[in-house]
Write a protein that binds this ligand. Structure first.
Ligand SMILES: Nc1ncnc2c1ncn2[C@@H]1O[C@H](COP(=O)(O)OP(=O)(O)OP(=O)(O)O)[C@@H](O)[C@H]1O
Ligand SMILES: [Mg+2]
Length: 477
């Protein structure tokens, strides 16, 4: 556990990074030095032991002949190497020493030798004569030439002070290397830490700006490390924030304009009704006009009711409060029903309604809502066409079922086409109050319903040529 004091202590990121780098580098260096020294010493000792074994072997090869042994002894003494030959019981055989001079060897070791094993003792704190100095000792057994029986063993020893000296030298060299690399490491970790801290600070400053409401910031980044990924996610977050901020502003705008538009739409019928009522109250409407006034008031009241209903419908669809009950509907069936219902309106309008070939065509939709969509489009077509034709057609495409409602009416400009799906939008403001209503809500509702079906609606139009609405319903999944 980290002590409380430490967690409270303020250690800037820069120093955390710096210390982190430094700790890793120093630890690595220390481990390297330690293992190099250990390994070097082990290797040097192994080499010495092998050398001593090879001396012992050549002594055995000389058949322990005293003259030969004397010669070998002279040569080896020059190299600070001494050797002794012992009998199978550990008594001195060569050189000529008092008979009580015995090999300093345990029974276990003697057993090992007897079974033919060779023994190497790497460090011994005294040599064979008992002088206190660090030595390496090896024991090699020898056997009777004829009977192959254990006959004794040879001990060869050499001081290892030179190895220790070499190791000290190695340590010295390594320490200098260590110092130099530590300095380089410190410099490098300073540079690294500085670089990382700079990147973190850049993010911090950007986050600060975003907190103050600046949603246009985007930071440059690569795809190299975690800070890059963090920067990328930060950019995404800023975009998402900007979008939701825009959406909030948008909603607020829509709410305001809805209130204004709704008030505006209601004012006209209410003013008409109010004027007529005043006329009736003060008896200024002639008797023969009274019935007509009341009829007018009823008409305006119906208009108001329709306005309220359509607004509620629109809001319900928009906020997902209506449920669709989708079926696979034969299109010809629903279109026939509509044309039967609208027979009178079509007749009154001086237009012709043509229904294209749609025998095998099906749409996956909610029956009543699909009817509502088509009725709205046909009503609009009738409304904006004079002595022309309105055609309903359909076909299967790779993306689903396409239904088109086209007319040969007044058409629309590009600007009008862009806006017709807005609530209360009417392209031609002079054409209010026709027999079909005209509150400017029809297409807004159509679009919401189309969206709810996962379908798409588009429009093509040419002034004085006509208009085509195209809806693409996806297949049942
Ligand atoms: N087939 C069409 N030809 C030309 N203009 C059209 C056509 N359909 C729609 N428009 C234009 O789009 C506007 C919006 O249509 P929408 O159906 O939303 O409202 P509306 O018909 O005016 O009123 P409502 O349908 O609510 O009674 C219309 O006022 C008209 O200017
Ligand atoms: Mg309409």
């Amino acid at each position: 556990m980290i002590p409380k004091k430490l967690t409270k202590m303020k250690l800037p990121y820069f120093f955390q990074q710096f210390l982190g780098f430094l700790a890793v580098i120093i630890l690595l260096m220390a481990v390297t030095v330690f293992s190099l020294v250990l390994f070097g010493r082990r290797t040097a000792l192994n080499a010495t032991e092998n050398r001593l074994f090879s001396y012992a072997e050549s002594i055995v090869d000389e058949d322990l002949d005293p003259t030969q042994l004397n010669t070998i002894r002279r040569v080896l003494t020059a190299q600070e190497v001494s050797f002794f030959v012992f009998s199978d019981e550990g008594n001195i055989v060569y050189p000529d020493l008092p008979r009580n001079f015995r090999a300093n060897i345990s029974d276990d070791q003697l057993d090992q030798l007897e079974s033919g094993e060779r023994i190497a003792l790497t460090t011994h704190h005294e040599d064979l004569l008992g002088n206190p100095r660090e030595t390496t000792l090896v024991y090699l057994p020898y056997f009777n030439e004829n009977s192959e029986e254990f006959a004794g063993f040879i001990t060869v020893s050499a001081p290892i002070s030179h190895i220790n000296r070499q190791m000290e030298e190695l340590k010295g060299n390594l320490f200098s290397a260590f110092l130099i690399s530590a300095i380089v490491a410190i410099l490098m970790s300073l540079v690294f830490a500085h670089y990382q801290v700079k990147r973190v600070n850049r993010l911090r400053k950007a986050a600060h700006k975003v907190a103050e409401g600046e949603y246009t910031i985007q930071l440059e980044h690569n795809e190299r490390d975690e800070i890059d990924y963090l920067t990328r996610d930060f950019n995404r977050m800023v975009i998402a924030l900007k979008e939701s901020q825009d959406e909030v502003i948008n909603q607020e705008e829509r709410r305001k304009s809805f209130m204004q538009d709704a008030a505006h739409e209601m004012r006209t019928p209410l003013t008409t009704i109010n004027g007529l009522l005043e006329g009736l109250e003060h008896n200024v409407i002639p008797e023969n006009q009274r019935l007509r006034s009341i009829q007018l008031m009823r008409k305006e009241t119906r208009r108001l009711i329709r306005l309220v209903n359509e607004n509620m419908d629109y809001e319900n669809i928009r906020s997902n409060r209506i449920m669709l009950t989708k079926h696979t509907i034969p299109l010809s069936e629903i279109v026939e029903e509509i044309s039967e219902q609208m027979k009178d309106i079509v007749k009154e309008s001086s237009n012709k309604l043509i229904i294209g070939e749609m025998d095998d065509i099906h749409v996956y939709a909610d029956y009543d809502r699909l009817k509502q969509i088509l009725v709205n489009l046909i009503k609009n077509a009738l409304q904006f066409t004079n002595n022309g034709t309105i055609k309903i057609a359909s076909q299967f495409t790779s993306e689903g079922t396409e239904i088109t409602v086209s007319d040969t009416g007044i058409g629309m400009t590009d600007v009008q086409m862009e806006n017709i799906f807005e609530r209360y939008y009417k392209a031609d403001l002079s054409r209010t109050k026709t027999k079909f209503g005209e509150s400017g809500l029809g297409l807004a509702i159509v679009q919401q319903l189309v969206n709810l079906h996962g379908a798409k609606i588009s429009v093509e139009s040419e002034i004085d040529e006509g208009t085509t609405f195209r809806i693409l319903f996806p297949e049942k999944k």
